[in-house]
Design a protein around this ligand. Structure first.
Ligand code: PG9
Length: 633
């Protein structure tokens, strides 16, 4: 091209050709059935939080339904662009039918440090105290938000309810601490409560390494713009390749992430975990807000939290009117979706819709709508699986080892891979298998998908996968009852009492309580012989003597392992059998136990991973059993 004139000659003149984009466009929204206000709400420390307020057009004296989220307020309120509120709010984390049809003002806010909000992000920010020196936490942020809302949203009646699922369900729990007087009701659904004991990060100390993608995307940037990547089709191969979770994190640059470093530094249940466990925090607070805890019986992420909070706060409910519990046959969050089935399991009706119509709708109305009647809800509304029916109950659990109406009964592992209610007779007895970390037991059929909900992923269904593949492996030991002639009803937490030895010095124990369907099921042929887990969990052996106190196991010694399985409300029907499976890995959801005691399994070296011979005892002196919360004889 020609050289530019630099000798003071006037610049060349071009014709004017204005941009077609206006400096400021004003959308025309007059036909919409809602008004949107996007605001930055100031917190007590000056940080402003991005908040989307959707107001049905024409409402006055409407209640406000508030969700606080790390998952983008903008996305959660703009599922699709529409002039109607319903399609806008379809999907996570909105019980759209209830919120829209009952004309609530919908408020969704980015928590501090995420998306449109200012401030610093801390994963499940602990309340102000030893773990959080700042004067702000999710309790104060909710308080300040509610304070602003009741003063600034003139269409409202000044009543606010907090609601949400999972992380967004942790938030309503935080809203109950020093609550704002305008907070009239809280609905924590599938809340993350104790990340170490049984929710997202660990279960009884075994690390849920498939969540590393979540930690990466949530904490690498404010707006989740760094996406997890993989060079493997099968997550089994990915996690085998990097050997330990620590090395995988290092390969992905995760030591730049504050939360990951805290995780690496706190593999055991020390004060970092116990002091932020929300059930323990709430146990120390007065109960001031009517609360409905919503639990999913097959919650593949937070199966621990809701019931832990129920145990913590129910004793404070002296009037009996403050705490409600709902348990449905759902995966994590399925209560706001179609819930006619979960994987292969069919319920015969949409249990999600039932929850929203008959439980959530009247409950929210009672507290948020002026003059609404009291909802006719039992203290506990529980779906019984097996029989597929809703139950109105006065309390939960119905059966336990001590202090319940029904007393749990030991279901013994027996010789010849049998299972029964009579204690084993005299004589030595054990079953043996080799647990090889070079070939860990897959937690579902390979190729194993990543966790997640998009693009047809089936992560949400893994708890109801057919356990048949596992029962056929030589490194899984299986015990089965006779065919039942009577229904066997359980309502509570089965408790594992496993007597086992390992030739190594550390070991994981996975125990599954399974309903084996009849060999053929006429009305649904694919259910013939199906092995449906009704409760299963993992325990990391090093914590046998205390969750804060990891210790090597004495090799080749029968030792007792006692841990709770998740609650079940289930009937094993006549014609079915009860099965228990025991195995020592559950990969790659859980990281492998090297089976050699090392100080921190995140940094186990390749040479630490060793085969071990495992024995499950079932003799009179060393009886292994599951304490089954049985109702009736
Ligand atoms: N289970 C997810 C989560 C909650 C809290 C912390 C980390 C993850 C969730 O679904 O939000």
């Amino acid at each position: 091209g020609a050289a530019l004139a630099t000798d003071g000659a006037p610049p060349p003149q071009y014709p004017n050709y204005p941009s077609e984009t206006p400096a400021q466009f004003t959308p025309v929204t007059s036909s919409y059935d809602y008004v949107e206000r996007d605001v930055m709400i100031p917190m007590r420390d000056g940080v402003k939080l991005y908040t989307v307020i959707l107001i049905p057009k024409g409402v006055t004296h409407a209640g406000m339904v508030l969700t606080r989220t790390p998952y983008s307020a903008k996305e959660l309120t703009h599922h699709v662009m529409s002039g109607h509120l319903g399609p806008m709010l379809e999907g996570y984390d909105n019980a759209t039918d209830v919120i829209v049809e009952d004309h609530y003002i919908r408020v969704i806010q980015d928590i501090r440090g995420k998306y449109g909000s200012e401030g610093d992000y801390v994963m499940n920010r602990p309340i102000h105290g030893p773990l959080n020196p700042t004067p702000v936490d999710d309790a104060t942020d909710t308080y300040d938000t509610i304070d602003w809302l009741v003063k600034n949203v003139s269409e409202s009646n000044g009543k606010v309810g907090t609601i949400g699922i999972s992380y967004d369900g942790f938030e309503p729990l935080m809203s109950m601490i020093h609550p704002h007087p305008a907070l009239k009701v809280a609905v924590p659904m599938n809340p993350m409560v104790d990340g170490w004991m049984g929710d997202d990060w660990f279960h009884h100390g075994a690390f849920r390494q498939q969540n590393m993608s979540y930690i990466y995307e949530q904490s690498a940037s404010r707006d989740n713009s760094y996406k997890w990547w993989t060079s493997y089709h099968d997550e089994y191969d990915l996690f085998m390749h990097y050997v330990s979770a620590g090395e995988l994190g290092r390969a992905y640059g995760m030591e730049q992430l504050g939360f990951w470093n805290k995780m690496l530094a706190h593999p055991a249940y020390d004060s970092f975990w116990s002091e932020q466990a929300v059930d323990k925090v709430l146990a120390a607070q007065p109960l001031k807000v009517p609360t409905m805890l919503v639990h999913s019986l097959w919650d593949q992420e937070d199966i621990y939290g809701a019931l832990a909070v129920y145990r913590a706060i129910k004793p404070k409910d002296t009037s009996g009117n403050m705490v409600k519990l709902v348990m449905g046959p759902w995966h994590h969050g399925q209560e706001i979706e179609d819930a006619s089935s979960l994987g292969a399991i069919q319920f015969g009706s949409d249990t999600g819709k039932y929850f929203r119509e008959h439980i959530l709708r009247p409950y929210l109305a009672q507290y948020l709508k002026d003059g609404a009647p009291k909802a006719d809800l039992a203290p506990v509304t529980a779906y019984q699986t097996g029989t597929n029916q809703w139950q109105r109950l006065d309390h939960w659990p119905l059966a336990c080892e001590q202090g319940c109406a029904s007393k749990s009964r030991p279901l013994y592992l027996e010789a010849d891979n049998k299972l029964g209610f009579s204690a084993p007779g005299a004589g030595a007895g054990f079953d043996e298998y080799v647990s090889d970390p070079a070939h860990p037991v897959p937690f579902r059929a390979r190729p194993i998908q990543p966790m997640g909900y998009d693009n047809g992923l089936t992560w949400s269904e893994w708890l109801v996968d057919d356990q048949r593949e596992a029962s056929g492996r030589t490194d899984v030991v299986t015990y089965v009852s006779d065919v039942l002639t009577q229904p066997l009803t359980i309502a509570g937490a089965p408790i594992v009492h496993l007597v086992a030895s390992t030739s190594g010095t550390d070991s994981d124990w996975v125990v599954k309580l399974i309903d084996v369907y009849p060999d053929q099921v006429a009305e649904q042929p694919e259910m013939g012989g199906y092995q449906l887990a009704v409760a299963m969990d993992i325990f990391r052996g090093r914590y046998r003597e205390g969750y804060d106190n990891p210790k090597p196991l004495a090799a080749n010694q029968p030792l007792t392992y006692r841990f709770d399985l998740p609650n079940a409300n289930h009937v094993f029907l006549p014609g079915h059998r009860v099965m228990v499976q025991v195995q020592s890995s559950w990969f790659p959801l859980y990281d492998r136990n090297p089976q050699t005691f090392v100080p921190n399994i995140f940094w186990a070296k390749p040479a630490d991973y060793k085969k071990a011979t495992q024995r499950i005892y079932h003799s009179a002196d060393e009886a292994s059993y599951i304490s089954l919360p049985v109702i009736g004889d």
